[in-house]
Ligand binder design. Structure first.
Ligand code: ZN
Length: 244
């Protein structure tokens, strides 16, 4: 069952006027049959607004083309560790040709406030607009980057060097600036917080991982490394992000 958000039409008109080229976003706000709704319309609007602020750095804009309330007690709570639960939610809409945001009432089995899957982005009740903009970064093909992480002994130390950010280097970084400090300002910094916004021109040296499937244990593990992390506009950014 769906009902249009009252603000959608006005938003579409406003954003279409501002942006001649933009990626489509569809928002699905899950509601319980008792009337509890996972997100108010203004929350959806502030997420789209933040995405447009953040991605203006790289000339990418977003249009909210649909905002629907989906009444389903089953979909209101998503279990992060349960693939069937995630898929049931994110298959509500498929192949819309753009980004699909699913606002849920609760994310269980995880500290994540929001997370990205190839089928859509799940937004929990505590997620900030910047959290959502970060998850859209994953849809653009970028990885999380850290200065250190409890999952590894590796950590990024020292002051920035040209070879650690070759496409963004300037001789004018403050003397007190560290490479860790630069990483913490990146949109794809993997920890929560609203301060991170930077989308660098080129990749930046940081701590990151790829998921590797262990055929012996049948588990995914994180293969950590410190190198130029794929977090940038020039190297491998998908400028037409779409969910399945
Ligand atoms: Zn992330």
């Amino acid at each position: 069952m769906t009902a249009r958000c009252s603000v959608t039409a006005a938003l579409i008109l406003c954003l279409t006027a501002l942006n001649t080229e933009a990626a489509d976003v569809r928002a699905y706000v899950i509601a319980r049959t008792n009337g509890e709704v996972a997100a108010a319309p203004y929350r959806v609007a502030t997420c789209i607004s933040d995405m447009n602020i953040v991605y203006s750095q790289v000339g990418l804009a977003f249009n909210l083309v649909e905002c629907a309330v989906v009444t389903s007690n089953e979909l209101y709570v998503v279990d992060y560790t349960n693939a069937a639960s995630r898929i049931a939610l994110c298959n509500y809409a498929a192949n819309t040709g753009g980004i699909e945001l699913y606002f849920v009432g609760e994310i269980t089995s995880s500290q994540a406030r929001a997370f990205h899957t190839k089928r859509g982005i799940v937004v929990g009740p505590d997620a900030t607009p910047r959290d959502v903009s970060h998850e859209v970064g994953h849809a653009c093909g970028w990885k999380d980057v850290y200065e250190s992480h409890s999952g590894t002994d590796l950590s990024v130390e020292g002051r920035p060097r040209q070879e650690w950010m070759p496409d963004d280097w300037s001789p004018f970084y403050p003397r007190t600036m560290t490479q860790a400090g630069i990483i913490q300002k990146l949109l794809m910094y993997g920890r929560s917080g609203d301060g991170h916004i930077d989308i660098p021109a080129g990749d930046v040296r940081g701590l990151w991982y790829i998921n590797v499937f262990n055929h012996a244990t049948h588990n995914w593990t994180r293969d950590w490394r410190i190198s130029l992390a794929p977090v940038s506009a020039w190297h491998g950014m998908n400028r037409d992000p779409q969910n399945e």
